[in-house]
Write a protein of this length. Structure first.
Length: 92
């Protein structure tokens, strides 16, 4: 839903884990004022939903997490696209 990320941040904040939160999100999040730049500097993994680009981003991001110097919370937001008949027809 539209508030999943807010709940995730609230839970992490409650457990003093916001600084160690790592998330996989869509690249579009970079356009959200304040939160986009925050997610960038928090080293979130951004996906374009294009496997050729995303494979490299995932590889780089996950390899970076292998050597992360402290415990972290890792969240995957499997966001989809809102369904519409026109999108369905365009993708077939």
């Amino acid at each position: 839903s539209d508030v999943d990320w807010m709940i995730g941040f609230a839970v992490c904040g409650r457990h003093c884990a916001l600084g160690a939160l790592k998330v996989i999100v869509k690249t579009g999040h970079l356009l959200i004022p304040v939160f986009g730049i925050m997610e960038y500097f928090a080293e979130f993994i951004f996906l374009k939903r294009n496997w050729q680009d995303d494979e490299k981003a995932l590889d780089k991001g996950i390899n970076g997490l292998k050597t992360y110097p402290q415990p972290f919370w890792f969240i995957i937001f499997p966001e989809g696209t809102r369904f519409s008949q026109s999108r369905k027809e365009a993708n077939q």
